[in-house]
Design a protein around this ligand. Sequence first.
Ligand code: ATP
Length: 307
Amino acid sequence: MNTIIRASAPAKVNLVFEVGQLATDGYHPVNSLFLALDLREELTLVKGEQGTGISIYVHGDSLPESHIDSVPTDQSNLVHKTAVLFAQKLGRPTPDLQIDIRKRIPVAGGMAGGSADAAAMLIAMNEFMHLEHGTPILAIEELAVIGAELGSDVPFCIYGGLAIGTGRGEVITPLTDLAFETNWLLCASSKGLSTPTVFAAFDEMGSHTPFSDLNEISATTSPAELGQKMANDLEQAAFRLMPSLRDLVDQLEQLGAVRAMVSGSGPTIAALFDSEAKAIEVSKVLKSQGLVALTAKGQAPGARLDG
Ligand code: ATP
């Protein structure tokens, strides 16, 4: 029988995203509090005919066509890079694969869409190579080390839950789960914001602050308390590049969000609500304005195989 493997991985929001000064290696050190959401990328991997290489098909149901169309299906897709790197790490040739990606996470929205695909692919490849070639199943820590070579957010998408990310965001310290469920409304933009451009604007603005201790936030007891602690150093830079984002944040808070904030490097706005009903009600208002509004819950497990 042909080998078919299904895997999924979560979107992330940065509850706190602190950014340090540009280091000599060209990267910014970060101090980030990640939360995984139940908005998951789903990946299906099928063994291809010998010699056919890797083919990728991307589709989605709740995202605008412009998002799906902007995802490459060639060697530059992170899932393709993941397959090549994983096989290389095991000292084996890249397998022939047909890969189907069901996208739910806004593309170039600061929610780790591509990283979630890479994380799901690592879990899927781990299983595939084991079934096909009897290679040992790698532990989550080993997958995270490989994931860090693919992108700074990949290790968190593997772990999921609630975690602190340091270094470039790839050094993960898992935290105890929040004591309550969080309800989110995610408002995606039809235009993306490139992460390097947002960091460059942040550098120009020169507003670095010292890193704080993020451990205590996992002891937060309510959405209201959590909302007060949310912070994103990149928000002002994202506002400068896309001024309409500031109006959207204001509108969401006027409509009842406990807190609305640019997610990571944006332009997706993540709004925290104290109930699912309120998040859904406001999503209807935004949709009636022609905006893309998705609801999601936190927290969610990391990358995993799906039955
Ligand atoms: P992050 O939050 O990790 O900074 P993001 O969510 O803002 O990332 P992605 O959705 O990962 O951004 O997409 C960034 C770019 O990466 C896209 O514009 C696209 O061209 C490219 N890309 C490569 N592979 C993928 C993939 N599997 N899914 C989405 N984008 C991909």
